[in-house]
Write a new protein. Structure first.
Length: 465
């Protein structure tokens, strides 16, 4: 294992750091001993640390981050704070109806908890609770939500409701054709949330070590040891909260696909053009396999992103897809198709960030195979801002050896399935990705995709909703 990212920072992260007052953090040096060591200073790692200190204030917790807390995917995502109801069909298939309903309800509670936590701790993460629209941007996508809605038929507390073309256009902008709307979702500035969680963790007494790359994690009789370039931490238990970087472990890599999302932020849009991008503060996602998503920001810009445009190779996949967006990305083409007026403002910034898709499209948690004191979570599949709150509860219970509703929940299991080894996996993935792009281009043009492309496209193991 080697968990380290380069010095590049996303647009969100640069914005968050620009107004931040320096806080007490340091690089790990020498030998330390704690009860729990958390590797990774993003949402999952910080929520785990906060949960541990909230449950047991006396427990000693250290968080080790290779760069700055929030500098990975937690500070480079689209900032959609959502529940798991759109993925209910996956939950039902994985854990059964009763547990699926419990987890979906808990994910709704997690959204409330995050908003309330930010209010209580004075974390200004730019949260706007205006909802999320799952929409269609071509005739081929129309009704993509029907199966999910049918599975949820009769579940009174499910917040998803179907909307027609006129309301979808009002909510999601000129590219929306209809869909399903969740009024309980929110958007936020993701890096501000991560940096705020860091401050909250410090206030609770968590030791936070930044700029501390981790080399290896090992187990010795009675403890686990996290080795860094400048020291080590011995702990009763270790939590690996590094998401896509878990691909560095072969036993985990075979359970998930590391791909990438490309994002851009425009310069400020005039009011009349901003209105054409949808209702202010709403998160929007379409229904193509390599989904497009967009939202406005608090300062009048438009964020537009596209998933699945990169593919990682082996253990180095996450590092290879973290930085500025590729010049060959279809990002601009899709922006012009869906929201052409936004191109008038020009692009302020672009970035590419890794996303790990599990074979179930759901996050999973367990002890690292071959280890008794090392636990991990991964596989958020493009939706981690809200579910990471649940991940923190699950990992806290696992590392504390508690027998409760979190350590025993349906997400504490690895996904079933298999992916081929490299280089066959990478080469096959490139063929499938190209096929999906060809399918998308044909459908957007009103044509029937070629049979070969459709056949290859069915091999894609990933899905967002």
């Amino acid at each position: 294992m080697r968990y380290r990212r380069g010095p590049w920072q996303s647009y969100w992260m640069r914005e968050a750091l620009a107004d931040e007052r320096p806080g007490p953090s340091e690089t790990l040096r020498g030998r330390h001993a704690v009860d729990v060591c958390v590797v990774g200073g993003g949402y999952t790692g910080l929520w785990t640390a906060i949960e541990l200190k909230t449950r047991e204030p006396g427990v000693e917790v250290a968080v080790i981050e290779g760069q700055l807390c929030g500098s990975g995917a937690s500070g480079a995502n689209a900032g959609y704070l959502m529940n798991l109801w759109p993925k209910y069909s996956f939950l039902d298939a994985l854990v059964g109806r009763q547990e699926a309903l419990r987890l979906a309800r808990a994910s709704s509670d997690a959204v409330d908890e995050i908003i309330e936590f930010c209010q209580a701790k004075g974390i200004d993460a730019g949260i706007r609770r205006e909802g999320w629209l799952w929409t269609s941007t071509s005739p081929a996508q129309d009704g993509a939500w029907t199966d999910t809605q049918s599975v949820l038929d009769g579940v009174a507390e499910c917040p998803l409701r179907e909307v027609g073309p006129a309301e979808a256009l009002r909510l999601g902008g000129i590219g929306a054709r209809g869909g399903v709307f969740d009024p309980t979702a929110a958007t936020l500035q993701p890096a501000l949330l991560a940096r705020g969680l860091r401050r909250a963790a410090l206030d609770l007494g968590v030791q936070v070590f930044e700029d501390t790359p981790v080399r290896t994690v090992s187990e010795k009789p009675g403890s686990a040891v996290v080795h860094t370039d400048t020291g080590e931490v011995r702990a009763d238990g270790v939590v690996l909260a590094i998401n896509a970087w878990m691909a560095g472990f072969p036993s985990v890599r075979k359970r998930m696909v590391v791909t990438a999302s490309d994002n851009l932020v425009t310069r400020a849009l005039p009011g009349e053009l901003l209105e054409q991008a949808g209702q202010d503060g709403i998160g929007v996602s379409d229904s193509t396999r390599l989904l497009n998503y967009w939202r406005t920001t608090g300062d009048g810009r438009l964020l537009f992103g596209k998933g699945g445009v990169g593919l990682g190779f082996g253990a180095c996949g996450a590092d290879s897809m973290f930085g500025p967006a590729s010049k060959r990305t279809p990002l601009g083409q899709e922006l012009r198709r869906i929201l052409p007026m936004a191109t008038r403002a020009g692009v302020q910034d672009t970035w590419r960030a890794p996303v790990e898709y599990s074979l179930t499209s759901l996050p999973f948690f367990e002890a690292l195979p071959g280890h008794e004191r090392v636990f991990y979570g991964a596989g958020y599949s493009g939706d981690g801002v809200g579910p990471a709150r649940l991940g923190g509860k699950i990992l806290a219970s696992l590392v504390l050896r508690e027998q409760d509703e979190w350590s025993q929940c349906g997400l504490v299991r690895p996904p079933q399935g298999w992916l081929p080894p490299e280089p066959f996996r990478f080469l096959g993935g490139q063929l499938v990705k190209s096929a999906l792009l060809r399918i998308e281009a044909a459908e957007n043009a009103g044509r029937t995709p070629h049979l070969l492309a459709r056949t290859l496209g069915r091999l894609d193991p990933t899905n967002w909703v």
